[in-house]
Design a protein around this ligand. Sequence first.
Ligand code: CMC
Length: 423
Amino acid sequence: MASDTLTVTDNRTGNSFELEINDGTVRAMDFRQMKASDDDFGLMTYDPAYTNTAACRSGVTYLDGEGGVLRYGGYPIEQLAEHSTFPEVAYLLYHGELPSASALESWNAELKSAAIVDPSIKAIISSFNRDAHPMGMLQAVVAALGTLHPESKEFTPEGELRDSIALIAKTATVGAWAYRHNTGQELLDPDPDLSYAANLLYMMFGDKDVDPRLEKALDVLLILHADHEQNCSTTAMRGVGSSDADAFASASSAIGALYGPLHGGANEAVLGVLNRIGTKDKVEGFVEKVKNREELLMGFGHRVYKNYDPRATIIKAAADDVFEVTGVNPLLEVAKALEATALEDDFFVSRKLYPNVDFYSGLIYEALGIPTEMFTVMFAVGRMPGWAAQWREMRNDKEQKIARPRQVYVGPDERDYAGVDAR
Ligand code: CMC
């Protein structure tokens, strides 16, 4: 039987090394023994943007990008979207198992009580410019929450759970407050009688009587965003958390990473693209621009998915339910025509570029009355359980240390000082 090892010959020296293969990986540190001379510190691996580096072992989310498969704790995303709720999925991500009925009841009660945010935070929100981007406010305020919870600097299993619940619950309140501030309205406290999704809509729009189909659609969107293994923002959460920064500081950094248009900000950018295209007859012209590298087709492509993003399939179906209540958004026709044109074009086919989660989500948010600037906030609210679960997993993984990649130095050699010499 073939052994699970890799034999590497260093042609600089002729030495051979046998490296262990575990779970389809070799250890980067095993290359350090390969030295060209005695004073050489050994080979490193070079992987800008971590395109082929597993930085952790994780049991939270399984993603098969070729097959278009996504599972949380082993459960297919399709089943969770159909049967579960966002708080239950949050429990699953954090604890690794679905809760019993009584465990879910206490989890929901804890989330509801943690959704109350200290009134001093209202003053911080009010100090932002009226047109401040809500993601900037969310990032700042989540960091500020840490100042109200100095106990979060002492890490215990109970403390990690407490801070995770606080983050999952309070992000909805703070996100809604950012919207209320933008629109010059009173900041509303959460109502414990409402579900997580209904409460989020209530704190934004002040209406407790939401159509259950819209409440369900938002809940499904939050489920679909809840985790996505080692994406850019989760890597930020883990990386910052690895320095023993508290959960709030780490989550604030993750929100910053999500803000970018290549990541969570893509949902906002997609609406910009659809609005600019405007009508179906302009789709082909836009696609030509993408092929000429004048534009990116936002909401398309993914580092890991080389197949249809399963979340996009679920969102497309949810959009139909929402439009039954709200009436069809004319941009849906543009989006569908854009998708169809791209998927028939060799530029996209040969690069395996398919719609991702952000392609259709904005259309649903818009139908729910949520303004474009708030789309990425909704993503952040949905992703918080994943960030919390991954943060806790990182903290309890004995192999993890402070995240600290290496570099290949390409700057000048040593040289003598040649500045102004102001002394
Ligand atoms: N439009 C046009 N061309 C694209 C796109 C796109 N959206 N995405 C990738 N490509 C091209 C890219 O130019 C490259 O072509 P070539 O090899 O000829 O230079 C090829 O496809 C491979 O792309 P890449 O940039 O090497 O892929 P990546 O893994 O580094 O980037 C991505 C992944 C998601 C950043 C990228 O696909 C992208 O910018 N998409 C648009 C933004 C977007 O929708 N982001 C949301 C991602 S999903 C949810 C989330 O994470 O928040």
